[in-house]
Design a protein around this ligand. Structure first.
Ligand code: SF4
Ligand code: SF4
Length: 373
């Protein structure tokens, strides 16, 4: 009976136990279901089969250079703010074989023939949806689209989750990328005490929901979800003034603040590896001892790695100060001109996972203060 009422943009309530049926439905449609799981006192994105695999009753406390899991004892599955991993690993894997070459009289090249996997990502936050949208602009340009990324992207099913408990390092509100998921999902959940509120975002999402025991969402539940999101906006841990970032950064390349942050930064590249929008990579060849078989791999890289900036016999960014400056001036400045948007979605990962506790919101505020002094 519910089927007649379901449409794209319908909002329904779903008993929490029905999430198992949704996951089973996705697997029946050929998807690998991937979601947040606890592992080694951290949070990773890995294969899940049921509610039992999700981190029930756990939140993460996050600050600059700090991540800690805390048990709440509550019956919530998506309260935890993600850790160092992001979904980019499923679209732009950290290590991927591009082709293999074999010498058999002459070299024969065999491209990687693996079909693109079909992932259903469960629990994608609004900021993470925005990050996927940003990577789409980089990898699926009109003039050239990365075939590996495009094939994986076309196979993706996204179950988003509205964020009700931001962490201390979050600032998605400043970037307009959260905490409410506005677009880019097949289904979007808001987790309330007794049920999920589900917004339908695609035809496949609609068709899967018709198989589940969902009901039209009551005004009471919708109101509770809206109030939770309003509260989340007020709880944002950090703020970033984005009003004039490209000009501020491009106009102050010699500021003293770059020297100061250059002395603290370890050039470890953590910030770029955890960032859901960063896309630097390198191609490396692995050849067997006889020199007859070689495999070319694409691996994540970072301009914090000194070798990344080595051109024509010299390093264009020998000082850590210049590498850190490149990170901010690209992400919060030049990116806007290249892709029409800033390269940051305010997820806070680079702050949480920086071993030196460097916080880009503090760096921008300090730069602004120096310029205005
Ligand atoms: S720069 Fe930092 S806060 Fe912004 S998207 Fe990347 S990891 Fe998240
Ligand atoms: S800013 Fe922090 S995470 Fe990034 S390279 Fe420097 S020390 Fe590492």
């Amino acid at each position: 009976m519910i089927e007649r009422h379901l449409a794209i943009s319908s909002v329904v309530s779903l008993p929490k136990t029905e999430l198992d049926a949704l996951l089973a439905g996705l697997r029946h449609n050929g998807y690998q279901t991937v979601g947040p799981c606890l592992k080694d006192e951290g949070l990773v994105y890995a294969g899940i089969e049921s509610l039992a695999d999700l981190p029930r009753g756990v939140i993460s406390e996050q600050a600059a250079g700090k991540f800690r899991l805390v048990q709440t004892g509550q019956e919530r599955y998506f309260d935890i703010i993600p850790g160092g991993q992001s979904w980019k690993q499923f679209l732009f894997p950290p290590r991927l074989t591009l082709f293999t070459a074999q010498k058999d009289g002459r070299w024969r090249i065999a491209p990687d023939g693996e079909p693109a996997p079909r992932y259903a990502l469960i629990g994608v936050r609004a900021c993470e949806l925005a990050a996927i949208e940003i990577q789409d602009r980089a990898f699926m340009r009109e003039d050239y689209a990365d075939p590996i990324y495009r094939a994986r992207r076309r196979n993706l099913f996204i179950v988003a989750v509205n964020c009700l408990h931001p962490a201390g390092t979050c600032f998605c509100v400043s970037l307009g990328s959260g905490p409410r998921a506005e677009r880019g999902y097949d289904l979007c959940l808001t987790e309330l005490d007794d049920a999920f509120l589900v917004e339908i975002g695609s035809e496949l999402g609609r068709s899967l929901m018709t198989e589940l025991a969902c009901e039209p969402a009551s005004a009471y539940l919708q109101n509770a979800a809206n109030q939770g999101l309003e509260q989340a906006v007020k709880q944002m841990g950090r703020h970033l003034d984005t009003s004039d970032l490209p000009q501020l950064l491009a106009g102050n390349l010699d500021a003293e603040r770059w020297e100061q942050v250059g002395k603290r930064c370890l050039s470890c590249a953590n910030c770029t590896l955890v960032c859901p929008t960063c896309f630097c990579w390198d191609a490396t060849d692995h050849t067997d001892l006889l020199g007859k078989v070689t495999r070319r791999e694409r691996v994540w890289d970072s301009f914090f790695n000194p070798a990344f900036s080595y051109f024509a016999g010299g390093n264009t960014r020998p000082a850590i100060r210049s590498r850190y400056r490149q990170w901010l001036t690209h992400k919060l400045g030049a990116w806007k001109e290249q892709y029409g948007t800033l390269g940051c979605v305010g997820c806070g990962r680079c702050i949480t996972w920086c071993p030196a506790g460097i916080d880009l919101t503090e760096e921008i505020a300090a730069l602004r203060e120096e310029v205005e002094a």
